[in-house]
Design a protein around this ligand. Sequence first.
Ligand code: AMP
Length: 283
Amino acid sequence: MEAATTVEAVKNLVKAARGQGERIGLVPTMGALHVGHISLIEAAVTDGNFVVVSIFVNPTQFCPGEDFENYPRPLEADLAICKKAGVDVVFAPTPDQMYPAENLTWVTVEKLTEPLCGRNRPGHFRGVTTVCAKLFNIVGPDVAYFGQKDGQQAIVIQRMVADLNMPLEIVVCPTVREPSGLAVSSRNQYLSDQQKKDAANIYKSLQECRRMIEAGVTDARQILARMRKILQLVASIEIEYVSIVDAGTLEGIETIAGKVLVAVAVKIGPARLIDNIMVDTDR
Ligand code: AMP
């Protein structure tokens, strides 16, 4: 495995691999790698790619007052995880490499970035789409892997790639969960053991939603009220949003039909946690 810290170095490594006829698979991450990230890497390896993992805590996707400074950066441990998982190149640039000058050019996906996390994190998705566009231009992957864990992000990235005719495929991998149902996240390390137990109610509320939809309930308000009740059973949970939206437009719906995204964002102690499920009533 090679580790590249500059744009030039990763470009050269990818160019050499491409010269050997390799298909390039990119897994963009912010590091602090866990089993969720590893599942994306495994998918990229299993698909037979020359696998590039980027590790970059992207400053432009953090809002003022968020955890950019404190975000975990265990680079040595991350490199060991990548090596074990069969990664070919880790691209771990410094902020100077990614943003050598004041950034004046941004990629913005409209509409899809307004609801859900867009509402409380102004500029977040603009930072995500811009850094992903930059990574796609630097690495030039044939395919890039994202997690369903960040459901809105995956939808936004897919739309950016489609709208701008970016020449790569996006693969979305299932959310990896703790045995309690809690979605694995780098931010879970901010939680105490009790807070982790409390956080399991997030997935319980999502499962209850799925159960109600499968039982034939179509009134979104009724389902959302039940979900809120489950979340409010835990005093430490502060709800940011609980939403059922059309999976294509991300607009709120009153009656469940077709493919819907059910998304939750809460604060527990120092951590902001998000989770979601997709439910398709046509299947
Ligand atoms: P991050 O490092 O948080 O930016 O995440 C990098 C990628 O890993 C994103 O595409 C996430 O959606 C994905 N990811 C994070 N946690 C999980 C998880 N528990 N299951 C599946 N994918 C995940």
